[in-house]
Design a protein around this ligand. Sequence first.
Ligand code: FAD
Length: 401
Amino acid sequence: TSGMVIVGAGEAGVRAAFALREQGYQGTISLIGDESHLPYERPPLSKAGAEAESVRAIVAEARFAEAGILYRRGSRVCAIERAAHSVLFEGGEALAYERLLLATGASPRKLPSLSYGKRIHTLRTVEQAAAIRGAMRQGQNLAILGGGFIGLELAAMGRKLGAMVTLIEMQPRVLMRGVPERLALALQARHEEEGVNIVCGVGVKGIFEDQARVIIALVDGRHIHADALVVGIGTEPNTALAGQAGLALENGIAVDDHLRTDDPDIFAAGDCCSFPAAVYGGRRVRLESWRNAQEQGSAAAANMLGKAEAFDAVPWFWSDQYDLTLQVAGLADGAVSTVARPLSEDAEILFHLDGDGRLLAASGLGRGGAVARDIRLAEMLIARRAHPDPAALIDPATKLK
Ligand code: FAD
């Protein structure tokens, strides 16, 4: 008998598998992942402090058997046969599905014609994280291309482990996407205090590798010499399977507000899909965030069981660098004004409002729990499509509650 099949055993796929059971499904649940490790958390892979830990599993291995989930690791699905309602493994074996969930995640974007793995790295997997950590020894020169979250977190980790770090960002500042200038510049300043050499606003002309090092030639004529280079310039959604099966793609596997593709029996969740963001009038977005992957995994499971739950969560993301936490709730594009609420000497929250005074997003940077608490409250206001009084938002004496 065919049952539920999930391709991709990351955050979204694992959550979906357990959610199917928790929500009462009694048939066969197959979870298929091409990695050889048990499903593991990716956020610790780039965070200082977590480097000494062994791989952090998403769930203990025994739970798969307890929940009656058939988990196949190290196997790769290479095709979907929609007419036959089955997926094909490399090697030709077929597995029938009643409903299929694609939770295939995303892959780091690469620069062409470089050879990855020895001195030049990207980061998504445990193996890649180990290789990068190996390049962060005392006295080693580490270059990082890209001032996004991964690049910045790795810069902090590299400093902590004693490496000399140069971070190169083509844009005029780090975190151009999704983080307001004021917080990005504060973080950038902190990295510089910690000894990271940040080079912004300069393009890369070429990257060369010899036996001993990597040389990054910048457009302005400078050359950066490094023992290793991490390329952290964003990701591409893993859409090959869906594309070959003829499913609609649009910056990811295109799903509707029930996380259903244009095939009624195939769903998608997590980093691989783009979906209409209900909180923002149905604008199509693709998120790359841990909580989104979990929430979409649960929601997809409900919809695979015919529960017709529209997905309307507020996006949320965090990043840890040194002793600072950055959190962003909501999407700030479309905001026309920003007001700041000081939380303490070294923490503040920014609120981003549209032309009608509606709160679209909030972003906070600082130490300790204050940022997390107020971002959580802001998230509720964003979910309610609230139009809070800006004077109250910026006054630390007014409780957000
Ligand atoms: P993934 O976790 O990528 O899982 C997809 C899985 O599917 C992979 O194992 C892949 O190998 C497998 N797969 C793909 N195709 C096939 C196939 N054909 N057959 C079988 N298996 C297949 N988010 C935050 O909010 N905060 C953070 O601080 C943060 N830090 C991060 C740090 C790092 C280093 C990385 C890489 C990500 C971080 N993220 C963070 C993002 C977060 O980890 C992702 O959003 C989340 O892992 C997405 O889950 P997913 O299940 O959609 O995809």
